[in-house]
Design a protein around this ligand. Structure first.
Ligand code: LFR
Length: 485
């Protein structure tokens, strides 16, 4: 069997990458051919993505993927995954009719408060969608758009989530994929269709939302403008993979089939959860902010969003001494490890950490309110943040154990945070079970796995995980006894 080449376009909120995958003899080899920074920009009090730049970087990455192919080889397929919730409003000609806002834009705050203060509606929307009331939900952002710019209902005919929009730019097909749709708080939690209840509550036109498709669906060949004469791209299929990056990262987990592994996809956000055949609903789940997002095949991945490395990325901006290369990062983590365990931790649920002008000021204010002293230097902030995130992960785990009547034996961590020893150890210590870190670009691996299944090269996800697990390097962080315990 000759090698099969595929490309993953993986857009993260703080960086994106294009990864070339070679599938040969049941082994996947990844080459990162392109990496680019990403950030939203503020204009007059609102936050916007630079969508043209992202598309440009995707095209640059595709060209680099082609250049990295062996002579005469072609790219079989390409798949797109992206952070959740953000969307594009289009007309029938596929033109953007509204600027693409970033989910941290404060415009959702009034809607968030209104829903939070209406207990009956809050419970109804959670029962209908399985998604808690969070500032970034597409539901709230769409609601604000329609309420404050009512002419939009005449201009726009379609709402595509960002991975769907990139799929459209690649293939010319406008479709909405299920996993990304499930991040919107507009999908019916018991089916794969939209929730009439939620669309009505947020006053959104149902005609904007077409029936979601399952991942693995072939959308067709690349548009001629994208192929641009390249023989390697002439037959490339665009495959709808799980459009939500977290769904891809979860797919990549080489998990034990008995459900005893807790998943932690650690990047800008820490996504703590597991897989389930049924959603986790009810008052307790609503209170614990369990988000019943979907797996590519339609099942569920109940998870909690813990604020994640956003805290660490944020604090770095406040220190001129921040690390800028791997060696300096290692030195910072080492210095932080040497410090004594912090006397008190941050409550990582504080909404003040969501999008502050200065993360250091936000942390200092949080500590001051609780009459605690601010850390002395960057190493001490790093230590405090990692320990607090570890505790946040462990709290989320205990909620799942209670509500799902499960006992987890291991925590599997993938993503940027899997390389952070301090974070992995803090998580193991707080949870009291081992953390297994895989040096794995989870999102890209899951993205490519779904392409291989769509192409018929791999039978199903279980088979893919067996192949993947066979030769994966892992680091085990065993829990250390708590001081005084
Ligand atoms: C992670 C992620 C989370 C989602 C957050 C906002 O990249 O996709 O799963 O809740 O970004 O979209």
């Amino acid at each position: 069997m000759p090698s099969l080449f595929t490309a993953a376009l993986d857009f993260g909120a703080t960086s994106g990458r294009v990864i070339l995958g070679e599938w040969s003899r049941h082994r996947l080899t990844l080459t990162e051919v392109h990496r680019f920074p990403n950030a939203f920009r503020s204009l007059n009090g609102h936050d916007y993505w630079e969508i043209g730049t992202l598309w440009h970087e995707a095209l640059v990455g595709l060209r680099k993927a082609v250049a990295a192919l062996p002579k005469k080889a072609t790219l079989a397929s390409v798949g797109v995954d992206c952070w959740g919730v953000d969307f594009a409003l289009l007309n029938d000609q596929g033109r953007l009719v509204f600027p693409i806002h970033a989910y941290r834009d404060p415009r959702s705050q009034p809607g968030l408060q209104r829903l939070a203060n209406t207990r009956a509606a809050l419970a109804r929307i959670y029962a209908a969608t399985g998604i808690p009331n969070v500032f970034y939900n597409s539901s709230l952002h769409l609601e604000e758009t329609v309420a404050n710019c009512p002419a939009i209902t005449d201009l726009a005919t379609r709402c595509l989530f960002l991975p769907d929009y990139f799929n459209y730019l690649l293939s010319g097909k406008m479709e909405v994929e299920l996993t990304i749709a499930s991040t919107s708080q507009l999908l019916d939690v018991h089916s794969t269709g939209w929730s009439a209840e939620a669309l009505k509550y947020f006053r959104l036109p149902p005609s904007w939302f077409s029936a979601p498709i399952l991942s693995g669906t072939k959308l067709g060949k690349l548009r001629p403008e994208v192929v641009a004469g390249s023989a390697a791209l002439a037959k490339t299929q665009v495959i709808a993979v799980p459009g939500h990056d977290t769904a891809c990262a979860y797919d990549a987990m080489p998990a034990a089939p008995d459900g005893t592994d807790l998943y932690l996809s650690s990047g800008t956000w820490s996504l703590v959860g597991c897989e389930s055949d049924t959603p986790v609903l009810g008052a307790e789940a609503q209170e614990a902010r369990i988000s019943n997002e979907r797996i590519g095949d339609g099942r569920y991945r109940p998870l909690t969003n813990v604020i994640g490395l956003w805290l660490l990325e944020g604090i770095m901006k406040d220190f001129a001494t921040r690390p800028t290369n791997d060696r300096q990062w290692a030195a910072l983590i080492k210095a932080a490890e040497k410090l004594p365990a912090p006397a008190a931790l941050l409550d990582v649920k504080d909404p003040g950490f969501a999008n502050p002008p200065s993360m250091k000021a936000a942390i200092d204010a949080h500590l001051k309110r609780r009459k605690l002293r601010a850390p002395a230097d960057l190493a001490a902030y790093t230590r405090l943040i990692c320990a607090s995130l570890g505790q946040g992960h462990a709290d989320a785990m205990r909620n799942f154990e209670r509500m799902m009547n499960r006992r987890f034996k291991r925590i599997l961590i993938v993503g940027g945070g899997s390389k952070n020893r301090l974070l992995c150890q803090a998580t193991a210590d707080a949870a009291g079970i081992p953390v297994i870190s895989f040096a794995l670009e989870g999102t890209a691996v899951g993205n490519i796995a779904r392409q291989l299944i769509g192409l018929g090269a791999v039978k199903d996800l279980a088979a893919f995980r067996r192949h993947l697990g066979a030769d994966l390097q892992q680091t085990v962080y065993s829990p250390r006894p708590r001081p005084g315990a």
